[in-house]
Design a protein around this ligand. Structure first.
Ligand SMILES: [Zn+2]
Length: 445
């Protein structure tokens, strides 16, 4: 037991606190104290009166909860939001997204696109995101500058792109980036081999060796569609998940993104190796990719986190929407209305994401000693009244716009929906310029 501190930086009183751990718990009339970058107390409001605080914030009608953890995305692609909708995956990529990226992607594109993404994420309750994109140095620097927590997964391909020449070049640049940010409290840098169909076995094996040596996570697109799995079986006589396992790339450091085409043997292998799954329900639905068997994975003890994927295939970076979609899709898919209850969806968007990134000791729940990454949600509006079950309301009735306040590592990054480090007017002007350039360039629909 930690003793109650006598003086703290910030003391927040809220009607409800949803700490996520313990699972499904809602605390009424509790307060949370922040000291430096940490949570220093979580206690009944009546007992918090003796605490001296530099700042006291009363939030009647609000719920406090951990900041959401977006475990998969490509932040800078926010500049391509709504650019080419309602297309199948391959024509979407080959005729629109890839030509536009080839024409426009640069450090400036990534910095501005990432700032747009971070503004949207903070305003919809996310305090940690994972990113895989070209010029990860620009994404990392932008997140650091804006006080946003993130996992940068530096991309690895066999072929040249705007950011590198071949796998060795991507790995060399990525490890240099990891070195640059090794003392950052907010930014972690991990391996991002793009997918088994864009990185050959020799290079995947190289990643497996380095990741084990450096005890660093690996983030990879895997089983995004049944077609991808079928093609791999035809070409290699093996499912991609089995290939990863054979190469020593499947374990508790591995984050497998999508996993739509899952047989029972795949689920058993994920459970046995301790690999994590990142479910992206809205992207999977929009691109008609397939359905992840979330309930079966959770029942077998596999950790399942949530991601938005990019705003080009979603079209937002709102994890409240993702929680709803995950819960509804699981119910429809299993034809069981009890599949994936609200508390499970909330855990996927918070503590499970933290576990997938290996950050569960620091973020993902509201507990004394953890990082002060938390949000306040205003439940007084007509959209969230009446209020019988706060946790259920957060998952099924909130659309993200009710998030009023946000703290990351103890710093208040949003108050009453005003962002503290981002000038939205200036950002919008820069985005307007990108829109004009991109709308008339290659790949425009
Ligand atoms: Zn993706």
């Amino acid at each position: 037991m930690m003793s109650t501190p006598t003086t703290v930086d910030t003391l927040i009183h809220a009607d409800w606190i949803v700490p996520v751990l313990p699972h499904g718990v809602v605390l009424e009339n509790h307060s949370i104290a922040l000291t430096g970058d940490r949570i220093s107390a979580l206690l009944p409001t009546a007992e918090a009166q003796s605490i001296e605080a530099k700042r006291v914030i009363a939030l009647p009608g609000h719920a406090l909860m951990p900041g959401l953890v977006n475990c998969h995305g490509h932040a800078a692609m926010s500049l391509l939001r709504g650019y080419a909708d309602d297309q199948p995956l391959m024509p979407w990529l080959e005729e629109h997204i890839w030509p536009a990226e080839e024409a426009h992607v640069s450090e400036e594109f990534v910095a501005d696109g990432t700032e747009l993404a971070i503004a949207e994420m903070i305003r919809s309750g996310t305090t940690t995101f994972s990113d895989m994109y070209f010029f990860p140095n620009a994404c990392a620097a932008t997140a650091q500058r804006l006080g946003m927590r993130c996992q940068i997964t530096f991309p690895i391909f066999d072929f040249p792109t705007a950011w590198g020449q071949d796998a060795d070049d991507y790995i060399r640049k990525g490890l240099a980036l990891r070195d640059n940010f090794k003392h950052s409290a907010l930014v972690t840098v991990v391996f991002g081999p793009h997918a088994p169909y864009t990185v050959c076995e020799a290079n995947l094996a190289k990643v497996a060796t380095l990741a084990a040596e450096l005890d660093t996570p690996v983030h990879i697109h895997l089983h995004e569609t049944a077609g991808e799995v079928l093609l791999a079986v035809e070409q290699n006589g093996e499912r991609p998940l089995d290939t990863l396992n054979r190469l020593g790339l499947l374990g508790p450091r591995t984050q497998c993104v999508h996993m739509t085409d899952l047989g029972d043997q795949d689920i058993a292998l994920l459970a046995a190796t301790g690999a994590h799954v990142v479910h992206c329900p809205q992207s999977n639905m929009k691109l008609a990719s397939g359905t992840c068997r979330v309930r079966a994975l959770l029942d077998h003890g596999v950790n399942v986190a949530l991601g938005t994927d990019s705003a080009a295939s979603n079209n937002d970076l709102n994890l409240f929407g993702e929680m709803q979609s995950a819960a509804l899709l699981a119910k429809l898919h299993t034809q069981d209305a009890t599949a994936l209850p609200a508390a499970d969806a909330l855990a996927m968007a918070t503590i499970n994401g933290a576990r997938a990134m290996g950050l569960e000791d620091r973020i993902g729940s509201l507990e004394t000693g953890k990082q002060a990454d938390l949000i306040a949600v205003d439940l007084r509006g007509p959209e969230t009244q009446p209020l019988y079950h706060p946790l259920s309301q957060l998952v099924y009735a909130c659309n993200g716009s009710q998030v009023s306040h946000s703290w990351i590592a103890g710093e208040q990054v949003m108050a009453n929906r005003e962002l503290s480090r981002i000038d939205l007017n200036a950002l919008t002007r820069r985005i307007d310029q990108w829109q004009r350039r991109i709308a008339t360039g290659p790949g425009a629909a």
